[in-house]
Design a protein around this ligand. Structure first.
Ligand code: NDP
Ligand code: 8X3
Length: 251
């Protein structure tokens, strides 16, 4: 029987690439995100390989999260793998001038959204005494950098929750692990800089960033290990990066 994976943030970047590789490796896929046109297009693309279901909801909306996940048809209702990926940075400002709406977005999406989705799925994993949760953190969850303040705090929270979930779910045989990427070229910087193209281009200038497929490959590796192997915590940089703010740029 094929395993079922639910991927949040599947409309773009790391989540989309993860859905693609898992679909090609026979996982049934539940694609989640807010942009329905993209969900429909990806469902069409991946249906060539596997069974696909889409759920359009905002992870900030507690009611929508639970209603959506509880609405899954029987063929998709048993979730073996949860990829908690939805998230973004909003802004890159000093703490004294940070925008309150940006702060709310990062804490509500990256932390509370991850908690709501997990809370909606964990009970069935506990009941079956099996399941695998992958939390997408960030190097920003391991280090703090200037102007990263609230994004870094939100990803430090993901790091803490990853460890906490692994402890609390240990009695039930549920695997929990996190992947913490450095710079990956996705729509991440477009969102962070609100479409300011000059700033976006500068982020990835003069070095070869990770591609979303690089992280997706690793996620596939992690979820395809034998049951007795749990990859608990992984930092992944592009070769040009040595720490959050140390990047070898050839410019
Ligand atoms: P993208 O912007 O390309 O993708 C973000 C995804 O999150 C989209 O599919 C988006 O879907 C979804 N999302 C955002 N807000 C919400 C919301 N409120 N409700 C539901 N879904 C939402 O960025 P990445 O692929 O880079 O980001 C994926 C994860 O990787 C994030 O957690 C990010 O913090 C992390 N990360 C990224 C790094 C990078 O350098 N790119 C490095 C380290 C970590 P939609 O808008 O359709 O809802
Ligand atoms: C994304 C990587 O360094 O911009 O999480 O925080 S960074």
């Amino acid at each position: 029987m094929n395993k079922t994976a639910l991927v949040t943030g599947a409309t773009s970047g790391i989540g989309q690439a993860t859905a693609q590789i898992l679909a090609k490796n026979n996982y049934k896929i539940i694609l989640c995100g807010r942009r329905e046109d993209r969900l429909i297009a990806l469902e069409k693309e991946l249906s060539e390989f596997t069974e696909v279901h889409t759920l359009s909801f905002d992870v900030r909306d507690k009611k929508a999260v639970f209603e959506s996940i509880n609405s899954l048809p029987e063929a998709f209702a048993t979730i073996d793998v949860l990829i908690n990926n939805a998230g973004n940075a909003h802004g890159l400002d000093p703490i004294q001038t940070g925008d309150l709406d940006d702060w709310d977005a990062m804490i509500d999406i990256n932390v509370k959204g991850l908690l709501y989705v997990s809370k909606a799925i964990i009970p069935q994993m506990i009941e079956r005494k099996s399941g695998h949760i992958i939390n997408i953190g960030s190097i920003a969850g391991k280090e703090v950098y200037p102007n990263g303040n609230v994004y870094c705090a939100s990803k430090h929270a993901v790091d803490a929750l990853n460890q906490a979930m692994r402890m609390d779910l240990n009695p039930f045989g549920i695997r929990v692990g996190a992947i913490h990427p450095g710079a990956v070229e996705t729509e991440f910087s477009e969102v962070r800089f609100k479409g300011d193209t000059d700033r976006v281009v500068n982020v990835y200038k003069g070095f070869e960033p990770l591609r979303p497929e690089d992280i997706a490959d690793i996620i596939h590796f992690v979820v395809s290990r034998p049951y007795h192997v749990n990859i608990a915590d992984l930092i992944v940089f592009p070769t040009a990066q040595a720490a959050a703010t140390i990047l070898k740029r050839d410019i």
